[in-house]
Design a protein around this ligand. Sequence first.
Ligand SMILES: Nc1ncnc2c1ncn2[C@@H]1O[C@H](COP(=O)(O)OP(=O)(O)OP(=O)(O)O)[C@@H](O)[C@H]1O
Ligand SMILES: [Mg+2]
Length: 212
Amino acid sequence: MTRYFVTSTGTGIGKTFVTAALAHLKQCPAYKPVISGFTMETAIESDTGQLLAAQRLPITPETIEKISPWRFAAPLAPSMAAAAEGKTLDVDAVTGWCRKIPEGLVEGVGGVMVPLHGKVTVLDWMAALDWPVILVVGSYLGSLSHTLTALAVLKARKIPLHAVVVSESEKDSVGLQETRAALAEFIDKHAHLVTLPRAASWRETSWDTSWI
Ligand SMILES: Nc1ncnc2c1ncn2[C@@H]1O[C@H](COP(=O)(O)OP(=O)(O)OP(=O)(O)O)[C@@H](O)[C@H]1O
Ligand SMILES: [Mg+2]
């Protein structure tokens, strides 16, 4: 496996669900280098905790530091969460850290243009890495426009798209296959377009992962 960056059209769409399912099924490493809203008390439910569990790793201060070195307590965009602690996020350091990862999945934060520091967003992080991207989107009403907007900015920055994963939304779902069919019109032939039906947990997804 090579290295993939997992991004999304926004927060709470399914990046961690998809990343954990893939790490679980493919038995590959998974990282969440920058995390907001993180506290040790709630580490188990956090993205970091879920990604560690998917790799069958214990949740300890050492393993947390290993996959999530930049942690902020406030549940805000990293630029704001860091500022709340009187800090700034060193995006070059984050990118340099990612480049040392030999293989696996890196989950971003929120959507494709979440601010990291000043005018620097997740888009700049992805462009600097130039890794194939997995874009996780929903099947909710409104997702098509959010997805096409995200795809347009990825394309404008020449960020390689590996796959779009439609993770079935809980609320206002307009249908997984219908969303997939509508998106198929817009997605370049070389990229994969896959669906992930709702499941009780990422542990319970029986998913064809041959696209990765
Ligand atoms: N296919 C699915 N089946 C069941 N639940 C899902 C699915 N996709 C996402 N969810 C649920 O939706 C919620 C948000 O998903 P998730 O935490 O993966 O989002 P995220 O994009 O990683 O958010 P963040 O920006 O906070 O990192 C979670 O409770 C998750 O379990
Ligand atoms: Mg997440």
